[in-house]
Design a protein around this ligand. Structure first.
Ligand code: ZN
Length: 278
C-alpha cells in the first residue's frame, strides 16, 4: 500500500485526502512518533496506510506545521552534474562515475522554512531527493527501489562563491550553510507513482519559471545511485540522496538569489515547497 508521510509539528504522520493522521496515536505507539524512527518501519507504515479509514483524523493539513519529513539524516549525499543540460551550462564534461559530495545533515530544513542566504552568490537547485528506508549494502540496481522509503522535493541551495572559490572547488561547505537543504513537503512512497523514474520537476523564482525538466533525464538514475553508494558504504534508514539538478540555475546567467526572493519548487506527484530568502 502506498503512503504519503509527513512531519507535522515534529511528529510522524500519514496524510490522506488533505487530512492528517498522527502515526503514534493511530498505531498505539507501535510505530514511532519520531519521524526518523517511523521512516525505518516501512512494513508497518504500509499496513497503517491501508487502514487509515478505520481511524479518526487529526484535522486538515496545515502547511505551516510541516517540518522536514526526514529531519535528522545520518548521511546526506548530493550528486553533481547529473543532468546533461546542467553539465553543459556549467561548462563541465559529463561524469563517467557519479560526482558525490556531502550535503551536511545540519543544513536540512523544512519545506516552508526561510533560507538564510548569507551569500552574494546564493543559488537554487531543484532536486528529487531519495530517502532510504532499509539498511542497504551491496544492493543490486534492480533491487534498489525496495530500499527506498520515499521521494521528496528538495533544494540544494548553494553558495557559489564558497563552492567554487576554493581550489579545487569544495562542494560540501558551499552547499551546507544552515537552512540550505529544504526538503518535503511530504515523503511519498515509490509505489505511489505510475513511473517513479519519470517525474516533472520545476523551480520558479518570484513566479518566473527557471527550471523545468523530467527526472527521466537523470544521467545516473535512482536505481543506479542507491546501488552505487551501497557498494561503497552502508546506507541506513533516513539517509538522503539529493539526485542533482537540471539546467536553469542562477549561476548560468548570473542571476543569484537575494533577500526577499521566493523559491517555489515542485515535483509531479509529490507537491510544492516554498522557501523565502532572507
Ligand atoms: Zn545539486
Amino acid at each position: 500500500m502506498s503512503f504519503s508521510f509527513a512531519n507535522v509539528n515534529g511528529r510522524a504522520a500519514l496524510l490522506d485526502g488533505g487530512r492528517v493522521y498522527d502515526i503514534g496515536r493511530i498505531s498505539h505507539e507501535s510505530v514511532s512518533a519520531d519521524p526518523m524512527i517511523a521512516i525505518s518501519q516501512l512494513d508497518e507504515l504500509r499496513e497503517l496506510a491501508a487502514h487509515l479509514n478505520d481511524h479518526d483524523d487529526d484535522g486538515p493539513l496545515n502547511e505551516a506545521a510541516l517540518g522536514a519529513p526526514v529531519p535528522r539524516p545520518r548521511n546526506s549525499f548530493g550528486i553533481g552534474l547529473n543532468y546533461k543540460d546542467h553539465a553543459e551550462e556549467s561548462n563541465m564534461e559529463l561524469p563517467a562515475i557519479p560526482v558525490v559530495f556531502s550535503k551536511y545533515p545540519s543544513c536540512i530544513s523544512g519545506p516552508f522554512d526561510q533560507v538564510d542566504l548569507r551569500a552574494t552568490q546564493g543559488d537554487y537547485e531543484a532536486e528529487l531527493v531519495v530517502a532510504i528506508g532499509r539498511t542497504a549494502r551491496d544492493v543490486a540496481a534492480e533491487d534498489s527501489w525496495s530500499y527506498v522509503a520515499g521521494l521528496m522535493v528538495g533544494q540544494d541551495i548553494s553558495d557559489r562563491e564558497l563552492q567554487l572559490g576554493a581550489r579545487p572547488p569544495q562542494f560540501g561547505l558551499g552547499k551546507s550553510r544552515d537552512t540550505y537543504g529544504p526538503i518535503g513537503p511530504v515523503l511519498v512512497s515509490p509505489d505511489s507513482f505510475a513511473d517513479a523514474d519519470n517525474l516533472g520537476i520545476t523551480c520558479d523564482v518570484n513566479g518566473e519559471r527557471r527550471q523545468d525538466a523530467r527526472t527521466s533525464s537523470l544521467i545516473f538514475d535512482v536505481s543506479f545511485l542507491v546501488s552505487y553508494l551501497s557498494s561503497v558504504l552502508t546506507l541506513v534508514p533516513g539517509d538522503l540522496i539529493f539526485t542533482g539538478t537540471p539546467a536553469g540555475v542562477g549561476m548560468a546567467d548570473g542571476r543569484f538569489l537575494k533577500p526577499g526572493d521566493v523559491v517555489t519548487t515542485s515535483i509531479e506527484g509529490i507537491g510544492t515547497m516554498k522557501n523565502v530568502c532572507q
